[in-house]
Design a protein around this ligand. Structure first.
Ligand code: FAD
Length: 294
């Protein structure tokens, strides 16, 4: 359980963090909450020579909202701050729900949203709602910033689009369109910090009549190496009046698009069934809540 010997840096400014990242390259790891990284180091799966702790860099932290534009969330923002944020609860409910389900109070007080995304676990809590909400990431280096949709950033299990010398610094969440509602749900084998067998998020918007679906994104987690966006569910539901039968059809379609594996937490067959159950449940919940919005 002993960690390898490493040199520790705690920069105070973004420029210094980026400078260290550039200079130390692949021998360094970013330390955010440490709730994934330190476990990997204790298990000797990672032996970085340098740790760059970004917790003191104010530019990487906080939640900022501008009406009409959307929200900016710093990558080093703690999951507990996201869970407690009034603006996240009001505008980006699926992310609020997912934040509240991640680990325990102690884990949420340490863990960051950037760490949850950069760790790129297929079963992680926040990627599915963030993708459903249309989040983009900002990746920074000494040569400047680049932006990309989150669904392009996560490449696979433990793999991201981050290059050497880069830090994930921000998430950009667009202003939700009028009449839209998002919901998140998961199923694990027990309710004790269990890793999700499947998680799922939907972001649904109704037209002004309060019945026709004008926008839908349904994203599945833990059934593919990265968040899986359903192509068929929107085709079935957009432009139609919501009904339990159509929701069932969309749920079955999402289930057949999923590509889960069998492992110690669940069989592939069970996971496909959960996708259908969660899809149906969250579509119905989101529809009912959206009717209250229009
Ligand atoms: C008991 C326990 C329960 C847990 N339960 C859950 C759960 O229910 N759901 C869930 O999703 N996760 C869970 N986790 C996993 C973990 O807590 C989360 O993934 C957490 O969000 C990781 O964030 P962190 O800030 O601690 O990341 P760290 O451990 O600090 O970093 C994780 C990885 O991301 C890199 N990194 C971090 N931030 C950046 C950045 N800004 N730019 C570039 N690279 C970066 C690090 O170098 C490292 O490789 C649990 C962990 C524990 C110990």
């Amino acid at each position: 359980m002993f960690l390898n010997h490493f040199e520790y840096f705690a920069p105070q400014a973004a420029k210094d963090a980026l400078d260290l990242c550039d200079r130390l390259g692949a021998k360094a790891k970013i330390l955010a909450g440490g709730t994934d990284l330190l476990n990997l180091m204790k298990d000797k799966l990672l032996k970085p020579e340098y740790l760059i702790d970004i917790n003191n860099v104010d530019e990487f932290k906080g939640i900022f909202y501008e009406p009409g534009k959307g929200a900016v969330i710093g990558a080093a923002t703690k999951i507990s701050e996201i869970e407690r944020s009034e603006i996240i609860r009001e505008k980006y409910f699926a992310l609020h729900q997912a934040a509240g389900e991640l680990g325990s109070v102690q884990v949420r007080n340490m863990a960051t949203i950037g760490g949850n995304i950069c760790n790129a676990s297929p079963a992680a809590e926040t990627p599915t709602p963030l993708v459903a909400l249309g989040a983009k990431v900002v990746i920074s280096s000494l040569s400047g910033d680049r932006e990309m949709p989150l669904e392009e950033f996560i490449l696979g299990n433990g793999e991201t689009a981050l290059a050497e010398g880069e830090i994930l610094t921000k998430f950009l969440l667009p202003e939700p369109i009028s009449g839209s509602v998002s919901r998140y749900g998961y199923i694990g084998l027990r309710d004790a910090m269990e890793i999700d067998a499947v998680n799922l998020a939907v972001n649904l918007a109704l037209g002004e009549d309060g019945r026709i679906i004008k926008q839908l994104k349904l994203v599945m987690g833990s059934v593919f190496p990265r968040p899986l966006v359903s192509e068929e569910a929107p085709e079935i539901l957009i432009g139609k009046e919501f009904s339990a039968e159509l929701a069932e059809e969309a749920a079955r379609a999402a289930s057949s698009e999923s590509k889960p594996i069998s492992d110690i937490r669940a069989s592939a067959e069970y996971r496909r069934e959960i996708v259908a159950v969660l899809s149906r449940r969250l579509l119905q919940e989101a529809f009912s809540a959206a009717q209250g919005e229009v």
